[in-house]
Design a protein around this ligand. Structure first.
Ligand code: ASP
Length: 566
């Protein structure tokens, strides 16, 4: 019997074989109380010390009890739990399994180090807050399958031992025992396979897919994550976006009982960068950045002068509610952690400007800054892309609490085809994305745009997609402009270009990060909190101790050996 089945029982009914964990034991004089807990309920057990039951149970023992379902005396009722009006006067108790002393308590709001929680994840998941996260994740999967069935989109799986799918990260490699010296890659996404389905003639596809990206540990990324991967044949971006809106709306309603409004707004990449300093703008915040470079064209402030001489920019935000010195210092610390040299700021009060740099301002600067009105101006000077990152952070830090909008979805579109990442030219999305104009692309690839669209929820990139290239010549051209050699193209993508060469329909698709979606809706601090068995930030699994070295015999069998890199 599970505790939920007590529902509807009458006072005085017999209860047989109720199983659960000992949530806690309380000794009150002649009476002993146990809270018995199972997956979704708890109930109080009571027995007196005189009874023949030998308690001897501790927290998390798994026990079986029988007894009488009884109404509690008025005044002893606990209205916080479902069975708070009842208790079971037990007449038998069996220990099914004992528990060792726990590494942490099975309760909410513990401050145990995350690595300990992950080492004992099976205990961590017994805690209500974690259990609820995983149940929400499960409901999300269910609602996805329901809407996909309704839209008649085919669920099809794709292999995970593959050649390689570039999505901008490094591959995880799997050595092949049967072909010594050769490696499979784990998919960074099912991208090329879902396109192959379209070439095979399927009208559409979806999959709740595991993706693997060996990225440098970045905040809130996981080497292994789950996405809702979708593709449509005979499609264009409008059709895909429309369907994604239907799907997202359905998931919010069915899994979380949240009503959202569609269609979503959209913004171009260029506007997003100049107004918000990011391609993932949090549009719950209405305040925008200002480019105040021109105010400082004849400045005496040396670092600003140097910045402008080096074609840099000065970007600012103005807040009417000025901040305390302590909060200014906190902002300064937080952007320094991101790499900034520090926070620039001016306070304006009745046209009087104060702040550490105020004494260096000339009259023109003072009067132009004064036009912003009373309050605080925070600013950054430097390389545009660099400072945009700090300004985005400042905007979120300063204004987020002022917003009462809970959910804000935005499409971001018109991305540049290529971007420079760590000094290397990379497609902003992936190299299977169609250029907006193939002619422009051919002439000037570095300045051309892509038919790529992102979906941003509250400043978090929830998903990405694009129109795909369906012409083998254009596909080859894109790979060439990316900088791949003829040989590289042939070895890595020859099979794919070949597949595109047999009458490929126009197709387009999208992928939504499920971990991020659930974490954002549940307001969890990290995606690790909604993934049952996540890795730490350094990619370790403290529970199983993976990844780990392999033994000598396996090395031989896989034709591998350790080399000393020192
Ligand atoms: N494969 C892409 C990604 O994982 C999504 C897509 O273009 O459909 O981001």
């Amino acid at each position: 019997m599970i505790i939920k089945e007590l529902n509807g029982l009458k006072d005085g009914s017999n209860v047989q074989n109720l199983f659960g964990w000992v949530d806690n034991v309380r000794d009150h004089g002649g009476l002993t109380f146990i809270d018995l807990r199972d997956f979704d309920s708890t109930i109080q057990l009571v027995f007196d010390k005189e009874s023949s039951i030998n308690v001897g149970v501790k927290n998390e023992y798994y026990i079986k009890v029988s007894g009488v379902f009884s109404k509690r005396d008025e005044g002893l009722v606990n209205n916080k739990t479902a069975y708070g009006q009842y208790e079971i006067l037990i007449n038998s108790l069996d220990i099914v399994n004992e528990s060792k002393t726990l590494p942490f308590q099975i309760e909410d709001n513990i401050d145990t180090d995350e690595s300990i929680r992950l080492k004992y994840r099976y205990l961590d998941l017994r805690r209500n807050e974690m259990k609820n996260n995983i149940v929400a994740r499960s409901k999300t999967f269910k609602s996805i399958r329901n809407i996909m069935n309704k839209l008649e989109i085919l669920e099809i799986d794709t292999p995970t031992l593959i050649k390689s799918t570039p999505e901008g990260a490094k591959d995880f490699l799997v050595p092949s025992r049967k072909s010594p010296g050769s490696f499979y890659a784990l998919p960074q996404s099912p991208q090329m396979y879902k396109q192959l389905f379209m070439m095979s003639g399927f009208p559409n596809y979806y999959q709740i897919a595991k993706c693997y990206r060996d990225e440098d540990s970045r905040k809130d990324r996981q080497p292994e994550f789950t996405q809702l991967d979708i593709e449509f044949s005979n499609a264009n971006p409008e059709l895909v976006k429309h369907n994604i809106e239907i799907i997202v709306k359905h998931i919010f309603k069915e899994a979380f009982d949240i009503k959202i409004t569609t269609p979503f707004n959209s913004i171009t990449y260029e506007d997003s960068m100049s107004l918000y300093g990011t391609d993932k703008p949090d549009l719950r915040i209405k305040e925008t950045l200002s480019d105040i470079t021109d105010i400082f064209l004849n400045t005496d402030i040396k670092f600003i002068k140097d910045t402008i001489n080096n074609s840099g920019k000065v970007l600012s935000l103005h807040t009417k509610n000025t901040l305390s010195r302590k909060n200014i210092d906190l902002l300064d610390e937080s952007i320094k952690l991101l790499g900034s040299n520090g926070l620039g700021w001016f306070k304006i009060d009745n046209n009087e400007i104060s702040g550490p740099l105020a004494k260096f301002l000339n009259d023109k600067e003072k009067s132009e800054l004064g036009l912003f009105g009373d309050g605080l101006i925070v600013f950054q000077a430097g390389n545009l892309l660099e400072i945009a990152k700090y300004m985005d952070h400042l905007r979120r830090e300063i204004f987020i609490n002022n917003s009462d909008e809970v959910i804000n979805f935005t499409w971001v579109e018109d991305f540049p085809y290529f971007e420079i990442e760590n000094g290397i030219l990379q497609p902003s999305h992936h190299p299977f994305t169609a250029p907006k104009s193939p002619d422009d692309f051919e002439k000037n690839p570095k300045n051309s745009k892509a038919l790529h669209y992102d979906l941003v929820l509250n400043g978090v990139e929830l998903g990405s997609g694009s129109q795909r290239i369906n012409n083998p010549r254009l596909q080859k051209l894109v790979l060439e402009k990316w900088g791949l050699t003829e040989i590289d193209i042939d070895q890595r993508f020859g099979w794919f270009i070949e597949a595109l060469s047999y009458g490929t329909p126009q197709h387009a698709g999208f992928a939504i990060g499920i971990d991020r979606l659930v974490a954002e809706i549940l307001k969890q601090p990290s995606i690790r909190d909604v993934i049952p068995f996540p890795k730490t930030q350094s990619g370790m699994d403290p529970l199983t101790d993976a990844p780990s070295e392999i033994n000598e015999d396996d090395l031989i069998e896989y034709n591998l050996r350790y080399v000393d890199n020192e």
